[in-house]
Ligand binder design. Structure first.
Ligand SMILES: [Zn+2]
Length: 165
C-alpha cells in the first residue's frame, strides 16, 4: 500500500519543488521559483535528452547575504539556478543554454563545474565565464575563446546517439 507522506512536489514534467529548496540548512523549505525558469530547464532537458541536476536553486535572503554577491539576488528572486546535465560536459551545457530564449543570464562556472542560468529581464543575454573566482564577461570579441564550436542544433542523431558502438 502506497502512502503519500509528502505533498505533491512536482512543478513540471521533470522537476519538483525539492530540487530547488535553499541549501543553507537553516531556513524552512519555502521557496520562490519562476515558471519561466522551469520552462527553460525543461527545454534543456529536451535538448539534451538527459537529466538536468539542480545544484543550486532558490536561495533564502540570509544565505545570499552571507555570500554578499549581487549576482546571487537572482537566486533569492527564484529566477536562477546552477545546473549540470548527466552525460553532458559542462562546456556543452553552457553552449546549449544559449538555445533557450528564456535564459538571459548564462554563466559557465569552471570552479564549480556547473552552469548558471537565469531569466533576468535584459534585452540581450548576459554571458560570463567564472574561473579562479574571477568573472570574465563573454561578448562577440572573446566568445570564440569559450565557445569555439557552433551551438549544437538538436537533430534525430543528437537524441538517438546514446552509445559509443
Ligand atoms: Zn536558506
Amino acid at each position: 500500500m502506497k502512502k503519500n507522506r509528502r505533498p505533491n512536489n512536482k512543478i513540471s514534467g521533470h522537476f519538483s519543488k525539492r530540487d530547488f529548496v535553499c541549501r543553507c540548512g537553516h531556513c524552512n523549505s519555502a521557496i520562490k521559483i519562476s515558471l519561466g525558469l522551469i520552462g527553460g530547464l525543461e527545454m534543456l532537458r529536451a535538448l539534451s535528452g538527459n537529466r538536468v541536476n539542480i545544484i543550486q536553486g532558490y536561495m533564502c535572503p540570509d544565505a545570499a547575504e552571507k555570500l554578499g554577491s549581487l549576482k546571487r539576488n537572482y537566486y533569492t528572486m527564484g529566477v536562477a539556478a546552477d545546473i549540470t546535465i548527466d552525460n553532458v560536459p559542462v562546456i556543452d551545457v553552457f553552449r546549449m543554454a544559449h538555445q533557450v530564449p528564456e535564459f538571459r543570464g548564462i554563466g559557465l562556472n569552471l570552479d564549480k563545474q556547473c552552469v548558471h542560468v537565469d531569466t533576468r529581464k535584459a534585452p540581450d543575454a548576459v554571458v560570463w565565464v567564472e574561473e579562479h573566482n574571477h568573472l570574465v564577461t563573454v561578448d562577440d570579441t572573446n566568445r570564440h575563446r569559450y565557445i569555439p564550436d557552433p551551438i549544437p542544433v538538436p537533430s534525430a542523431d543528437f537524441f538517438s546517439d546514446t552509445s559509443d558502438e
